[in-house]
Design a protein around this ligand. Structure first.
Ligand code: AMP
Length: 207
């Protein structure tokens, strides 16, 4: 199964991606995580990407397309994969279409007020877990015990820019994929477990 998860920043792509990848035994590919790993390891690619990420802008297409092109060739993608946060532009979608086909594109639809509140309260762990201050009352990770932190690009001004970038550059992908007949719309204004149950119901129903 090859899936794409579409949705605005804070729509819950990362939370759903982890659960979907676990359930179906497919690789979870997050371009955001890959870029943050490069930043953490101090690579040239990381230094270059950071200048865009910190401003809330998109990293140039060729950088993320290169990451995905290499990643989907790896062994753990043989059963399929789920792309989380890629593609984010029509050019990326066209590049992806040349690399591989996909079965479904899940569009997690959320209202922007909710997204802003979700991002403001989001706390991350280096191990990849994420939490929300409204439901998790600790500053260390429940899974690995490391201290939680707020992503630099989760600060208010940067979030505004990311939402505006989403509207201009990424939202057109909804119509792009709708035209392929592969788009599945999901109401993302519900809880993580409710949204997950809807997605599983649709994927299992379609198989
Ligand atoms: P995310 O973790 O998916 O929210 O991504 C964090 C940041 O990484 C984004 O705001 C972009 O700056 C960059 N990024 C992640 N994926 C992409 C992509 N497919 N295209 C361009 N930039 C990306």
């Amino acid at each position: 199964m090859k899936l794409i998860l579409l949705g605005a920043p804070g729509a819950g792509k990362g939370s759903q991606a982890t659960k979907i990848a676990n359930k179906y035994g497919i690789a979870h590919i997050s371009t955001g995580d890959a870029l943050r790993a490069n930043i953490k390891n101090g690579t040239e690619l990381g230094k270059y990407a950071k200048s865009f990420i910190d401003k809330g802008q998109l990293v140039p297409d060729e950088v993320v397309v290169g990451i995905v092109a290499d990643r989907i060739k790896e062994d753990d993608c043989k059963n399929g994969f789920l792309l989380d946060g890629f593609p984010r532009t029509i050019a990326q979608a066209e590049a992806l279409a040349k690399l591989t086909d996909v079965d479904y594109v899940i569009n997690i639809d959320v209202n922007f007020d909710l997204v802003t509140a979700r991002i403001a309260g989001r706390r991350m762990c280096a191990c990849g877990e994420s939490y929300h201050v409204s439901t998790y009352d600790s500053d260390v990770c429940a899974k690995c015990g490391s201290p939680l932190y707020q992503r630099a690009d989760d600060k208010e001004e940067t979030v505004k820019e990311r939402l505006s970038v989403y509207e201009k550059q990424t939202a057109p992908l909804v119509d792009y994929y709708r035209a392929t007949g592969k788009l599945i719309d999901v109401d993302g204004n519900k809880t993580i477990d409710e949204v997950f149950a809807i997605i599983v119901g649709i994927l299992d129903g379609n198989r």
